[in-house]
Design a protein around this ligand. Sequence first.
Ligand SMILES: NC(=O)c1ccc[n+]([C@@H]2O[C@H](COP(=O)([O-])OP(=O)(O)OC[C@H]3O[C@@H](n4cnc5c(N)ncnc54)[C@H](OP(=O)(O)O)[C@@H]3O)[C@@H](O)[C@H]2O)c1
Length: 337
Amino acid sequence: MKAAVYTTYGPPEVIHLHETETPVPKEKEVQVKVAASTVKFGDSYARHFNDVSPFQFTMPLPLWIPARLSMGWSKPKQPILGSEFSGIITAVGDKVTRFRPGEAVFGYTGQKFGAYAEYLCINADGIIARQPENLTPEEAATLPYGALMALNLLRKADLKAKEKVLIIGASGGIGSAAVQLAKNYFGAEVTGVCSSAGTDYVKSLGADNVIDYTKEDFTKSETSFDVILDIPRKTSFSKGKPILRSGGRYMPVSFKGRHVLQRLLTIPRRKKVITALALEKTDDLLLIQELAEIGKIKPVIARSFPLEQAAEAHRWFDEGGSRGSVVIRVNNGTNNL
Ligand SMILES: NC(=O)c1ccc[n+]([C@@H]2O[C@H](COP(=O)([O-])OP(=O)(O)OC[C@H]3O[C@@H](n4cnc5c(N)ncnc54)[C@H](OP(=O)(O)O)[C@@H]3O)[C@@H](O)[C@H]2O)c1
């Protein structure tokens, strides 16, 4: 099969098309003929992970060594990127009862990646579900990462109906889903923070208010919030505290050891720091499928590239051109068997 592979860490150009072995499903796995994948933060980050020093690492320092070892110390262990996918089931292992060949599915492979390829195999009980009926395969592939993370993180921040939430990084992969879910699923009032280029996009996702961080300091906002979801960690608890209501929660999505300490120290306080690792669950993907089918979460495609142009897709993502998802079409973006 054809796959877009990278065998050394580096800039987008390290990704190239390569003929590789088609994976065969084990007894609990399904084989998916991939229709589409995407470029998200994790794909770009993994591609140049050798450049990420322990201090630039977006998570607590002690996790850097295990992360580096699992990615591959001097060269990537998994040469095929792509963690979001949509496609059609082409074969199932002997013990699989959840899916049958011919079913259209979408899902998330997380740090196992592997979706920039004509075929992938995934555990049938993993993060995979039937494709939302109202979406094209390209649209379906854009949903899992952001929606799974946003759903999990907003739950951990204990966001409630009618609360006010400030979402910093509202135009990104997690933020785009967080705006829609906070508004349409949790029933909160949403203020999104992004740069000038993203303000119309974030409004179109349903945000009640948008703050352009290049023009306005959101920490001086006259509105106070119940939850601050700081996805790119562009502020701090001390700067966010004045705009947090009593009982308010500041959640840095990318966090360090000091934030874990702040979390412990603020347990007895009225204004708290929340840190959490989002865990992907199959049931959450099933919920996302339902929410997509009733229009409570909508995919937005910024640009779509064929598999042959995976390197260009990465370059485009890295240059920050995306207001919406960057899609990689595999097998022409169709679910044909
Ligand atoms: N806790 C967990 O379990 C978990 C799970 C997954 C990911 N993460 C973390 O989440 C982060 C990736 O999130 P993502 O995929 O949404 O990233 P992304 O798609 O790259 O989006 C980043 C966003 O940050 C915004 N931004 C950049 N500079 C800003 C500034 N100065 N002020 C306000 N916003 C700014 C960007 O907006 P503009 O383009 O408009 O500037 C963009 O919307 C990583 O740090 C990753 O480690 C954590």
